[in-house]
Design a protein around this ligand. Structure first.
Ligand code: GLU
Length: 281
């Protein structure tokens, strides 16, 4: 049997808060239940928002919580070439097309919303002729590349993945993925030759991740990941979606809303044991 491998994959665009601590502790506990190992992966493809000092702080906070992982840590910012190769495989299979639409083009023509409430891409550029594509690419128009989801799904048929509970002991349940509800997702952004979806799928496979533990807010995005895994011929891990920690107003803890960080808690005298107890570990 392959050795269970899990990962905690934060983005270094801020300090970790209690929600991250919960996710990390759950991942390490799941690894222990499975007799496997948890890895740390730094998801820093957004080189404008991610900062090396936040990476250093993440490592410090996780060590403070008592967590450890095998070295070297994988940094996504050093792997753009590999993501580009994966995109090229999809391009060669005629599943990736250039899109020149601006945000406002999409907002005015959207045909609905995706599972995160963003305007659903109406497929405008899917219908451009190759001649027009070449003209606009040569002219240097800002471009992003989208997956032709409908064509992709015609090739794959129904997609399933396995869902497991937090103890990792129960029998996994089968889930059906519904990537069509995301429309033609962007796989190579205007500002970078990849996207969250493409990088995460390439790296889960490259690192041999067998079990992905992530928050319920990432549950719907998993549909796209399962589709990409099938298209790229790489394995689909088993998934567990954990609950999200909420603040007093019922909102999910987040960096952008200025939730109290682990560093703040530490400075106020909270110990790692307090945090484990508070979070139920
Ligand atoms: N990097 C993502 C985050 O910071 C999560 C990674 C994943 O589970 O795919 O929320």
């Amino acid at each position: 049997m392959t050795k269970p491998l899990l990962r905690f994959a934060p983005s270094p665009n801020g300090r970790l808060h209690l929600g991250h601590a919960f996710s990390a502790l759950l991942t390490w506990q799941a690894a222990e239940h499975l007799g496997g190992t948890a890895l740390l992966r730094i998801e820093d493809i957004d080189i404008n928002r991610c900062k090396p000092e936040f990476t250093a702080a993440i490592i410090e906070d996780l060590h403070w919580l008592g967590l450890d992982w095998p070295e070297p840590v994988l940094h996504q910012s050093s792997r753009f070439e590999l993501y580009g190769e994966a995109a090229n495989r999809l391009r060669a299979a005629n599943l990736l097309y250039p899109c020149f639409c601006s945000r406002s083009d999409i907002a005015t023509r959207a045909t609905g919303t995706d599972p995160e409430g963003a305007p659903l891409y109406p497929g405008t550029c899917r219908h451009l002729s190759n001649a027009e594509r070449i003209t606009r690419l040569e002219r240097g128009d800002p471009v992003q590349f989208r997956l032709d989801t409908e064509t992709a799904l015609e090739r794959t048929g129904l997609l399933t993945f396995s869902l497991i509970g937090p103890t990792m002991r129960d029998r996994p349940q089968i889930r059906y993925a519904r990537p069509e509800r995301w429309g033609d997702v962007v796989l190579q952004r205007k500002d970078m030759p990849t996207s969250y979806h493409l990088s995460v799928v390439v790296d889960d496979a490259a690192q041999g991740i067998t079990h992905v533990t992530r928050g319920r807010d990432m549950e719907a995005a998993t549909d796209i990941h399962v589709l990409l895994q099938m298209l790229l011929g790489i394995p689909t891990p088993i998934y567990h979606f954990h609950r999200l920690l909420l603040d007093e107003t019922g909102q999910k803890l987040s960096k952008s809303k200025g939730s109290q960080t682990l560093a703040d808690l530490r400075a106020a005298g909270t110990t790692p044991e307090d945090i484990r107890r508070q979070l139920g570990f």
